[in-house]
Design a protein around this ligand. Structure first.
Ligand code: ADP
Length: 868
């Protein structure tokens, strides 16, 4: 069905017009779109060219030579540039297409107009004829009516007038004219109808169908052109076109030419090097040059400071090793087609697992790489585990060595022992002669020293009889207090408590213990508290000092590395008699039991009676020695104090044990067999000098006061001669004996040095008694004690007043630095005040030494005595 037959109606004609208008609008829209597309393509071309240009800025360094990936990339970028150009040319072509569309639109517009005109033209003729027919018909009717009227008139006249008369002639004439007019009109009407019929028929059958047919063909030819335009439009945007395809193909080809195994061929050839030389990690021995002994090159230090850390580290490392092993196991399971969990975990760990390009070979490689990494990790951690284990095992049953030393204390103890040893060469006792003599003189303390020696069993021994005899002789020689061999077996069989054994030294601090063990084979047994647990330790001198913790078996026996024994005594005897090393590693053999020194009393030797004072570390008691019933003063150390404090507490005992002077309080012993540790001293019945002065202020005479000063000076002269700096000389730290005699006490802060520099801060310093150079620079000498002695004199003459009363410590310091000195107490002999002032000279060197002080005071007393 074509336009000609289907679209003849008026409505169809109008619709066709409307359709053409719509098509023209569509063309306009398309034109704008195609213009826009061209613009887009042009811009895209510019962008793409920039991309390609950016991509071309690759590293052209030598390292990338031969790289297929670089080559592919450069080609890719080239092609991208081609693409850009292609887009640009497409854009240009689109613009051409756009022009075509414009022309088409113009043509279409013209065609529409022509159609409309043609249609109007053929329709107008028909319309005109139609009008003519109507008009002619109207004329026909008008003439017909005129004819009829004139005919009627003629007939009337004719009848009226007969066949003549002028009137009748007129009427006849008019009638004939009207008749003629009617006949003419009739003919015209007939002709116009005939023409109209013909025209209408032509219009309908020839002209209109012809116009429409033509119109159809015109429109269809437009559509064809339009289609072509669209095809061109589409072609110019077709990314699958051959041009683009070629570009894409070239890109694909060059990318496909990337061969991972070839990629680095040129590079590796060019940069080929010999295998890397291993890095050397070496312990820098220079670090420990100044710390001989404790820290050793490449060796773990296991001591009381590090053991816990090492153990924790060991646990951590062992856990890491286990983790590594578990991970490896999972991996192996997975590799063997194991559980999906293992599978998943590996995939998660892998970096390429998620992008789906990982080949089975890659995955295998990665797994074996990961496995190797884990194996390495395990091996590394295991090495550390072994090292720590080995270090901890090395200690075995040895007690942990102490990580840090108090060198001052050690030096001090060393000196004291050296003295003791010198003395022992001429004495039957192994300890200081003078002190023992003194003890003998005082009658009793010696009896505390139970002379039970450490003896060898007479039962069969693993050693030969000759060796045994020799060892027994040597033992007896070294142990002058030994008894017969028989009593040893007795002593073991009687099952005497360990703490009663002479070679058991209780909780004697380790620092002291090592000073007692001087020759290879010297040994003793002691107790140590670690983590609130008591451990029995065998300390042996053997290439240094070794400390072995007695191990307890499940059935309550005791052992080292050898067989277990029901008692520690038997274990020690076994070690001694068998001459077997305590541990294979240490090789330590027991040769000579070192018995308690005379001042190592047993706690049970002392009966505490009443509290007489309160010291820094604990209460002070009046007590009685069980053996001699002698009254003594006992300073106790609170059990709860840390070990460090306990060591400090014993310091006083260590210092005092070597002094023997009537004006220095005497040490009787220390009780370290068990807690609480105690210092046993002679009881000085008058108690603290400060209290005594205050209590007896009314009755004190100048002579007595001067006597006190002389006693204190005598004691201090003695200390100065021993290079001992007291550092806390004050009335509160002096004791009053019978007949007002004064003894220097409280050696808790004392140091045995000519000069002592405080490095750990100036805590609890008795500021008002302390010399300026000690306060300001921490520098202590005996001349500082001289300053304190001046204050002590002032205390004595003021009968127990507080120095610089009403002044705070810092105020007093300020005033002293500014030159202020306390005024003389009432009734002080001027010479004594002069002496005080000399003691308070700002320049330490300008102060008198105790020797001089003693002489001055002594001379004054003699003068005073003589004057009475
Ligand atoms: P710490 O040195 O612990 O401070 P002190 O030596 O000051 O202890 O002693 C505290 C108190 O105990 C003294 O003030 C004194 O009263 C009394 N005291 C200490 N030692 C003796 C002793 N040997 N004889 C009598 N009383 C003493």
């Amino acid at each position: 069905m074509g336009f000609s037959s289907a679209l003849q109606g008026r409505a169809a004609h109008e619709a066709l017009i409307v359709r053409q208008d719509a098509e023209l609008r569509l063309m306009e829209t398309m034109k704008r779109s195609i213009q826009l597309k061209a613009k887009c393509d042009r811009e895209y071309a510019i962008g793409l060219a920039a991309v390609a240009q950016q991509g071309m800025k690759t590293d052209r360094a030598d390292e990338m030579q031969g790289s297929l990936i670089t080559k592919a990339w450069r080609s890719y970028m080239d092609e991208l540039d081609h693409q850009a150009k292609q887009f640009k040319s497409n854009a240009e072509l689109l613009e051409v297409v756009c022009e075509k569309l414009t022309h088409l639109s113009q043509d279409k517009r013209k065609a529409r107009k022509a159609y409309q005109e043609e249609h109007a033209k053929i329709a107008a003729r028909l319309n005109h004829l139609t009008d003519e027919v109507v008009r002619k018909k109207a004329e026909y009717q008008k003439h017909l009516e005129g004819y009829k009227a004139l005919r009627t008139r003629f007939e009337e006249h004719y009848i009226k007038s007969g066949r003549g008369g002028r009137k009748l002639d007129d009427v006849r004439d008019k009638y004939q004219k009207a008749c003629r007019k009617l006949h003419l009109t009739h003919n015209e009407y007939v002709l116009s109808i005939t023409e109209a019929v013909e025209v209408e028929k032509d219009f309908r059958t020839v002209l209109l169908p012809g116009l429409l047919e033509h119109q159809q063909s015109v429109q269809e030819s437009f559509i064809l052109l339009w289609k072509n335009i669209l095809q061109e439009t589409s072609q110019h945007g077709d990314l699958t076109s051959d041009k683009f395809k070629e570009i894409q193909k070239r890109i694909d080809n060059v990318i496909n030419s990337i061969n991972p195994s070839e990629e680095y061929r040129e590079f590796t050839e060019k940069h080929k090097t010999s295998p890397t030389t291993p890095l050397v990690f070496q312990f820098d021995d220079a670090l420990i040059e100044d710390i001989p002994g404790k820290l050793q090159s490449n060796t773990l230090t296991v001591d009381n400071l590090t053991v816990d850390w090492l153990r924790t580290r060991l646990i951590d490392l062992e856990m890491s090793v286990k983790e590594c092993q578990e991970k490896q196991l999972k991996m192996i399971e997975h590799a063997n087609g194991g559980s999906p969990i293992a599978n998943g975990s590996i995939a998660r760990n892998g970096s390429t697992a998620s992008n789906g390009i990982q080949s089975p070979k890659d995955s295998q490689n990665r797994q074996s790489k990961d496995l190797n990494a884990l194996r390495c990790q395990e091996k590394q951690k295991q090495k550390l585990v072994d090292m720590i284990k080995c270090a901890l095992n090395e200690i075995g049953c040895e007690e942990l060595p102490s990580g840090c030393d108090d060198h001052l204390e050690q030096n001090f103890i060393e000196n004291s022992f050296n003295n003791d040893q010198q003395n022992s060469a001429t004495s039957t006792n192994s300890t200081g002669v003078s002190i023992i003599n003194e003890l003998r003189r005082r009658g009793g303390v010696l009896t505390l020293l139970r002379g039970r020696p450490f003896k060898r069993k007479s039962t069969p021994q693993p050693t030969t009889p000759t060796v045994n005899r020799m060892r027994t002789q040597r033992f007896n020689k070294l142990q002058p207090r030994s008894q017969s061999l028989g009593s040893l077996s007795m002593s073991l069989s009687t099952n005497r408590p360990l703490y009663e054994e002479e070679w058991f030294h209780g909780v004697l601090p380790r620092e002291e213990v090592v000073r007692l063990l001087n020759n290879d084979g010297d040994f003793l047994v002691r107790e140590t508290i670690r983590n609130e647990e008591s451990q029995i330790v065998l300390s042996v001198c053997w290439n240094g000092h070794k400390h072995f913790i007695v191990q307890t078996t499940v059935d309550g026996h005791f052992r080292f590395e050898g067989p277990p024994f029901p008692s520690i005594q038997e274990l020690i005897m076994h070690q001694y008699q068998s001459e077997l090393p305590v541990t294979v590693k240490s090789g330590a053999i027991l040769r000579r039991a070192i018995c308690r020194e005379r001042w190592e009393l047993s706690n049970d030797d002392v009966v505490l009676l009443e509290k007489i004072g309160r010291g820094n570390f604990g209460d002070v008691y009046k007590a009685k020695l069980k053996s001699t019933k002698q009254d003594v003063a006992v300073k106790t150390c609170r059990m709860t104090l840390p070990d460090e404090q306990k060591r400090k507490f014993l310091q006083e005992g260590r210092i005092l044990k070597q002094y023997d002077h009537p004006n220095i309080v005497k040490l009787i012993g220390i009780c370290v067999q068990k807690q609480p540790i105690m210092i046993v001293m002679e009881l000085v019945p008058g108690g603290s000098l400060l209290n005594y002065l205050r209590k007896n202020s009314n009755s004190l005479t100048t002579r007595q006061q001067m006597g006190m000063c002389r006693d204190a000076a005598a004691g201090m002269r003695y200390l100065e001669s021993k290079n001992c700096i007291h550092r806390d000389l004050a009335a509160r730290n002096c004791l009053v004996d019978f007949e007002n005699s004064v003894k220097i006490s409280d050696f808790g802060m004392s140091r045995e040095e000519e000069e002592y520099i405080v490095s750990d801060g100036m805590k609890q310093i008795p500021v008002k008694w302390t010399a300026p150079e000690a306060l300001n620079f921490g520098k202590y000498t005996s001349l500082c004690d001289v300053w304190s002695y001046g204050i002590l004199m002032w205390e004595i003459f003021s009968k127990g007043d507080t120095p610089y009363s009403g002044m705070s410590n810092s105020r007093a310091r300020e005033r002293i630095d500014a030159g202020y000195r306390m005024p003389t107490p009432e009734n002080t002999p001027p010479e004594m005040y002069r002496l005080m002032l000399k003691c308070w000279c700002a320049e330490a060197e300008a102060r008198p030494h105790f020797d001089e002080i003693y002489n001055v005071v002594d001379a004054l007393i003699i003068r005073l005595d003589n004057s009475h």
